[in-house]
Design a protein around this ligand. Sequence first.
Ligand SMILES: [Zn+2]
Length: 169
Amino acid sequence: MKIQENNIDSGVIFSYTPENADYLGTELKLFSNDDSKNNEIGFLKSVLVTLIEYNPEKEIAVYIGNDVIFVDCGENFNNVYCPKCSTEITEDWQDFMGKASENNFKDLEIKTKCCDFKTDLNSLNYDEKCGFSKVVFTINSYDPNSISKLIDAIWKKHNLQLIPILAKY
Ligand SMILES: [Zn+2]
């Protein structure tokens, strides 16, 4: 299997592109908040290899950033809710995001305006999950029905808990 390395200003991308990969405009993103593993490039490449073994016909990549990035879900993004009182806080969320991005998402802690609840941007309730991480795996044109099996396989083989995001563009 041929894995390409692409060094960019914000980090490095390892990618696998099979011939005739289909492109449906959907993307499965998998991220981890395990900081002890998010700096281990060799480990992350071995996880990438497992993902490729499970999906040899898909275009697959891992982005390993210098800083935390917002892992978005594209058109699937809808509303954001307070995890404590369930108030919709989509507008406040824009402000929280603005502030957090000024600091390259180093500090994700917030206090909700609805009920003064101290939490962080990863712990809010999103209609479709999105998140924040230095490391993001992406699988193009993924079948949503196979996701839990794939996450289980990575957990068993690499002891890494991946969080899925279904993105659409
Ligand atoms: Zn609240």
